[in-house]
Design a protein. Structure first.
Length: 547
């Protein structure tokens, strides 16, 4: 492990405040980061991870009652990092939500990257809440790392990554898809706005590509994401690492919204459907895709997802909530994708938490999904309605497919739901129509071993190139992107029944709105008046006040 150039340690191991971190607003109202359950109203935009026996919740915004008054008109950023003990059973209405003071930036919609040994996590990206909409308080020369003391609480540290000049040149995005593979964190897509990056000169800029951060070397790299949307952009989706398939496991992407990089190219903006899934090998950076079957979820973004391996060897990914900006609809549904069958199943029954998006989810107690926060995007006053989940905490049993009133620390190991077992016994993997030979090979020669992920030098791009590729190259991307997709369309203009030669060629045959790049969209560019990149419309009302 290389030494850091500079490190500023803040806090004390095992720090646990007796009372919640307080903040006094200009109007005199005193708010706390962990209010009494009766005074809690809403939380959204937070991120969470599990370190040992504790769930840590960082960032986001919230509303609460102060002296009986709802402060929804001025929901506030979290000033602290929260943690919950999951070594013992508890009820969401009474569980203690503990507080650790956070000296670093107060963020929403950032990435949270736990380390491989589950003793610490990094945060990166995200946005602040600023009255003038600018992130002038954010530093572009440091990262923040939280290390737990093993008994709850912990400490925050400000770290200067290696290649600090290149790191400082990065644009800071928010609302991207993120996950961790061993000791490497990934962040796919997102957008840069003035409240996420103080150096941004325009109102909003989509970010193509995938940024990865190696926690051992403390270095960043950037790779292409051309296979996930026409311009490699993705807003509000989720990423899940799936071990055991292929030599290195796979990172899968779900949902989200694809942005254009071409002025006047509004038609390219689309929600990414769930009828196919894009994924990549985290070592080789090769991309793949596969069509799905079953109860395909409606398109959505700002949902949450978790993944878990069953005792029988299948791997299930649970997708919960989110909203559809095209049809102006918020969801309360849970869907399950089972691998290697690539089959979706919808969980039946009413969700007690109501409609919500902007929540975060983690796996706790073997088989339970803990969902944290969320608001109904299209409610008249989404921050004023008290969350049906006490303290914003919902418990879903992923084997029984039922919402529970309490968290069970002694729950049995996860096993696939009965309807998933029934599908494999009645239909089975032999029914899967593989989209490419490469994908079939990954899932029919699955390995149970998880290989440590290292960044191959020949596959990475220096971090300093990321900013240039996004900021200085927008015009070049526009021209190259338009030509690239036009040529692909011309190449695929023949019969769709022709057997494609590779996974990349197959991509050009997909229809508009699928999870793969729609081939016909560039043809529509002339149908819209040119607009500046930062003037593109937002994808519907977001769950929190995004720019």
């Amino acid at each position: 492990m290389r030494p850091l150039q500079a490190t500023l340690l803040l806090g004390v191991f095992g720090l646990q405040l007796a009372s919640a971190q307080e903040d006094t607003r200009e109007d005199g109202a005193t708010i706390v980061d962990s209010p009494d359950p009766d005074n809690f109203v809403r939380r959204s935009g937070a991120r969470a991870t599990v370190l040992g026996d504790y769930v840590f919740i960082d960032g986001g915004e919230m509303t609460q009652l102060v002296n009986g008054k709802n402060l929804a008109e001025g929901h506030t950023m979290m000033n602290s990092t929260l943690w919950i003990d999951v070594s013992e059973s508890w009820s969401p209405s009474t569980v203690a939500i503990n507080v650790v003071k956070k000296p670093g930036p107060k963020l929403s919609l950032q990435a949270i990257w736990p380390g491989e040994d589950r003793s610490s996590f990094y945060i990166w990206g995200g946005r602040v809440m600023a009255s003038d909409g600018r992130a002038d308080g954010l530093s572009k020369s440091e990262m923040w790392r939280f290390t737990t003391g093993g008994e709850g609480g912990g400490q925050w540290a400000s770290e200067i990554p290696n290649e600090s000049d290149a790191f400082a040149s990065l644009l800071l995005p928010q609302r991207g898809a993120y996950t961790t593979v061993n000791n490497t964190g990934y962040f796919v897509g997102g957008t840069v706005i003035q409240s996420s990056d103080p150096t941004l000169k325009v109102g909003m800029q989509p970010v193509p590509g995938m940024i990865s951060f190696n926690m051992d070397t403390r270095t960043f790299s950037n790779d292409s994401t051309a296979d996930i949307s026409p311009f490699g952009t993705m807003l509000g989706g989720t990423a899940e690492y799936v071990p055991g398939y292929g030599p290195n496991g796979l990172v899968m992407l779900f949902g989200g919204y694809g942005y254009t990089l071409l002025p006047g190219f509004r038609d390219v903006e689309h929600t990414r459907q769930f009828d196919s899934v894009n994924f990549f090998d985290p070592v080789t950076k090769d991309w793949y895709w596969q069509r799905t079957t079953g109860d395909t979820p409606p398109a959505r973004l700002d949902h949450c997802s978790v993944g878990v391996r069953s005792s029988s060897g299948t791997y299930e990914i649970f997708v919960y909530g989110g909203y559809d900006p095209m049809n102006k609809q918020t969801f309360d549904s849970v869907y399950v994708l089972s691998l290697p069958g690539f089959v979706w199943k919808q969980v039946k029954g009413d969700a007690p938490g109501g409609l919500r998006s902007g929540q975060t989810c983690v796996v706790v107690g073997n088989r339970q999904m803990l969902t944290i926060g969320g608001v109904d995007t299209y409610a008249d006053q989404p921050w004023k309605a008290k969350d049906p989940f006490p303290q914003g905490l919902g418990i879903f049993d992923m084997t029984d497919l039922e919402w529970k009133n309490d968290f069970d620390s002694k729950a049995a190991a996860y096993d696939s739901p009965q309807m998933i077992k029934d599908w494999y016994s009645e239909t089975g993997v032999q029914s899967v129509k593989w989209s490419t030979p490469e994908t079939e090979s990954l899932f029919t020669t699955a390995s149970s071993d998880i290989v440590d992920v290292e960044q191959p030098e020949e596959k990475t791009v220096p971090a300093g190139a990321i900013a240039g590729g996004v900021v200085g190259g927008v015009a070049a991307l526009a021209l190259a992107g338009g030509l690239f997709w036009w040529l692909r369309r011309k190449k695929s203009a023949g019969s769709d029944d022709e057997a494609p030669e590779s996974a990349k060629e197959v991509t050009s045959h997909q229809s508009s709105g699928s999870a793969l790049p729609p081939s016909e969209l560039p043809e529509k560019a002339h149908q819209r008046e040119p607009v500046e990149l930062h003037d593109q419309p937002k994808p519907g009302p977001p769950p929190v006040e995004l720019e």
